[in-house]
Design a protein around this ligand. Structure first.
Ligand code: ADP
Ligand code: MG
Length: 718
């Protein structure tokens, strides 16, 4: 019976069905770090490399003294002469001769009589060790030996699996071989015509050849098919969801003719950048349409996303709808609140004031966060429920129980990778009106295009790829431990000139507690020993939101000269007077993250400097670290750095572990497989266009459900 590779979990075939896998091995497989429970899991336990024997050095080319791996067939086993009572004599080695055609080499084992059982004539082995000579014969004494196979079956290329001591590579190979033999042919979900278009071999053949290629080039062709499958199933899900939302949900046709929103733009003290204008147009089109908007607004820190989002919010408000802006932290929510009220006040409306904006006394802006006193929170919730709040800004408190909007027409989710898919859904369901609000997701993370198509493939994308004019560039310098005093001198001179500084303390292995400790210690040290005459503040993740808010306000008002902080300042904090940032142990951060961090400075009219300190002691490590950091020194292009991160450290560092659900790409390399991604995406969207609920493609539908098994709600609802 054929099986589908990405079948829903309840249709998985247990590895117990594989010949040779009894309860004991099934347990070992399931409880190993590979968590292999089903035949599907086993087949997707891909080799980490292949050992190509045609590239192993021929025995005749081996020189004495070489450290080598040789492969050959056992042709002779010479056991030591038997002692009395049948025991082998000590100091007489067991000699095993292996050959490749006419050349031979001898493997020499002392005190390992059991080798005679392991290395029988006909066995093919790979032996690793140092080539020596005895008489005129080459030999390897005490080699490491892998039994490559036990029969005379001819294989040129052997897959080497990610393995453990117990689940060693030969064992896994046997299991995979057995599974393939038993479950071939696999079910084939792709239509033949589609496969033809892209030169994709059938799945069974691809799976067989990827594990057990006859020649290395088979593997590349096989890989192409398997990578296509990984990407295709994912893109089908994205296309399916997108199409379904467009068909099933009723959105709002906002009126976009310039009124409130138009006057807001006119009142701004600056011109929009070309990129902002483009984004505004794209937003207008989406919002005017009755298909619910699902758009991602991507732009570097400081590229002016907030203004664009606020414009869209006003489009909704001018038609009588409410708008919500949800930020990932309290600090950011209050900052959005301040910016919004200020921009609206400057424009002559907002905050209840009247002015040229004020169609109805200006929109009412309400802040709702978890740290508000209960009474204030209740009042905010009332205004949200009775519709007197026009623009609501808050944290995830917005999507909590007890908060009901009267008429939500537009929602902004800032920095959505901190939330994940569920919150997106929740906010959308807060609408009171039975219609689906338009949603704009904002992110400052430069996401390489390939990754964006995978992570946000169901969204339309607007990119702000241009900073407002007049921004002073940020100078970035890498310093070594010995140059630390230079950094402190610069901070001091900037503070004397009236500026402010950030010091970012090290990232410590995911340990929140240690991180806080080091931030506390560093703040104390700097305040006492380095800047006793300056006003030093500190901020970290263990402080209560209200405390953090206080510190941030103090810094914003210029009451703190040097702010020592963990990465909690990473996203979106806007203090234009800050002109220096010192980042400790910079080598521990991803390049994108460093780029995000330094985006906290260079936001005002002052030239700014970012200093990266590395304190690696090992000279080799220090060199590698310097090379990586040189990239941050060398460019202010966030996309370039994100690509480099992707190349150097994989997807995890860009999106963080929170998006783990999307990273189940086992073979795909998002940079190198760009072309396949685009092909898979196009085919997926075409299939969905033509057969939106996949009635005529039941296998593709099944695989989609399997692939999104842990995100079914996302796939099938709201
Ligand atoms: P982002 O949210 O993308 O990090 P913001 O919207 O906070 O960026 O904008 C950063 C700063 O730049 C704000 O002070 C904002 O008022 C200002 N700004 C936005 N757009 C422009 C523009 N076109 N020209 C000049 N300044 C701008
Ligand atoms: Mg709309």
């Amino acid at each position: 019976m054929g099986i589908l590779l990405y079948a829903p979990p309840d249709q998985h075939a247990s590895v117990r069905f594989v010949t040779g896998i009894g309860p004991k091995w099934a347990d070992a497989l399931a409880s190993s770090k590979f968590a292999i429970e089903s035949v599907q899991d086993l087949l997707q336990h891909y080799p980490r490399r292949h050992l190509d024997f045609s590239e192993v050095k021929p025995i005749q080319e081996l020189r004495v003294g070489d450290e080598v791996t040789v492969v050959g067939e056992v042709v002779k086993v010479a056991a030591p002469p038997p002692q009395s009572k049948g025991r082998p004599r000590r100091n007489f080695p067991l000699k095993v001769t292996i050959s490749q055609g006419t050349s031979k080499i001898t493997l020499v084992f002392f005190n390992q009589p059991w080798r005679a059982q392991q290395l029988r004539v006909g066995t093919v082995v790979a032996a690793k060790g140092k080539v020596g000579i005895f008489g005129s014969n080459k030999q390897i004494t005490a080699p490491l030996v892998d039994v490559i196979r036990e029969s005379e079956e001819v294989v040129k290329i052997v897959p080497i699996y990610p393995a453990t001591a117990e689940l060693h590579t030969a064992k896994l190979r046997t299991f995979v071989r057995a599974a393939l033999d038993q479950f071939s042919p696999l079910d084939e979900p792709l239509p033949a015509a589609l496969r033809m278009r892209h030169g994709l071999m059938d799945r069974t053949k691809a799976m067989n050849l990827y594990h057990f290629p006859d020649q290395m080039r088979d593997m590349y062709v096989a890989r192409k098919r398997l990578v296509f499958d990984e990407l295709f199933t994912l893109q089908v899900g994205l296309a399916y969801r997108k199409k379904r939302l467009a068909r099933e949900t009723i959105g709002i046709s906002h009126k976009v003719e310039a009124e409130l929103a138009g006057r807001f733009i006119e009142s701004l003290p600056f011109e929009l950048t070309t990129a902002q204008c483009r984004a505004v147009e794209e937003l207008e089109q989406d919002m005017a349409s009755s298909v619910p908007m699902n758009r991602l607004l991507q732009g570097e820190v400081g590229s002016g996303k907030t203004v664009v989002a606020l414009y869209a919010a006003l489009l909704a408000v001018q038609g009588g709808y409410q708008a919500a802006i949800m930020a990932p932290t309290e600090v950011l929510a209050s900052q959005h609140y301040l910016t919004t009220t200020k921009l609206l006040e400057d424009a002559g409306g907002g905050g209840g004031g009247t002015g040229q904006l004020g169609l109805f006394g200006g929109p009412t802006v309400v802040l709702l966060t978890g740290s508000l006193p209960a009474k204030a929170r209740r009042e905010a919730a009332e205004k949200i429920a009775d519709g007197s709040a026009d623009i609501v800004i808050g944290t995830h408190a917005l999507i909590q129980e007890g908060v009901e909007f009267s008429n939500l027409g537009f929602a902004v989710v800032d920095e959505q990778h901190r939330f994940g898919v569920h919150q997106r859904i929740a906010l959308r369901e807060k609408t009171g009106a039975g219609v689906t609000p338009d949603v704009l997701i904002m992110t400052a993370t430069p996401i390489p295009r390939t990754l964006a198509l995978t992570l946000y493939g169901d969204l339309e994308v607007s990119v702000l790829d241009e900073l407002p004019k007049g921004r002073k560039p940020i100078t970035t310098r890498v310093l070594e431990e010995g140059e630390r005093s230079e950094a402190y001198d610069l901070i001091r001179s900037e503070v004397v000139a009236g500026r402010q500084a950030y010091v970012i303390t090290p990232l410590i292995d995911d340990s929140d507690k240690l991180q806080v400790k080091s931030a506390e210690a560093e703040a104390e040290r700097l305040a006492r020993d380095v800047f006793p005459d300056l006003r030093v503040g500190k901020m970290h993740g263990r402080m209560r939101p209200s405390e953090k808010g206080k510190v941030m306000d103090g810094f914003r008002r210029g009451e703190i000269d040097v702010l020592i902080s963990t990465t909690v300042v990473e996203v979106g904090v806007d203090v234009p007077n800050a002109s220096v940032m010192l980042i400790e142990d910079a080598d521990r951060f991803g390049l994108s993250q460093l780029h995000q961090l330094r985006g906290r400075i260079g936001r005002g009219e002052h030239a700014s400097t970012c200093l990266l300190i590395t304190s690696m002691t090992d000279p080799d490590e220090a060199k590698v670290a310097r090379q990586r950091l040189a990239a941050v020194e060398g460019t202010d292009d966030g996309f370039e750095l994100a690509n480099k991160d992707l190349e150097l450290r994989g997807t995890g560092t860009i999106m963080g572990a929170r998006q783990a659900g999307f990273s189940d790409l086992k073979l795909t390399h998002l940079l190198r497989d760009m072309e396949l991604l685009l092909a898979a995406r196009k085919e997926a969207f075409d299939v969905i266009d033509e057969d939106p609920s996949l009635e005529r493609h039941p296998k593709i539908r099944s695989e989609m459900e399997g692939r999104f098994a842990d995100r079914l709600e996302w796939l099938f609802h709201s």
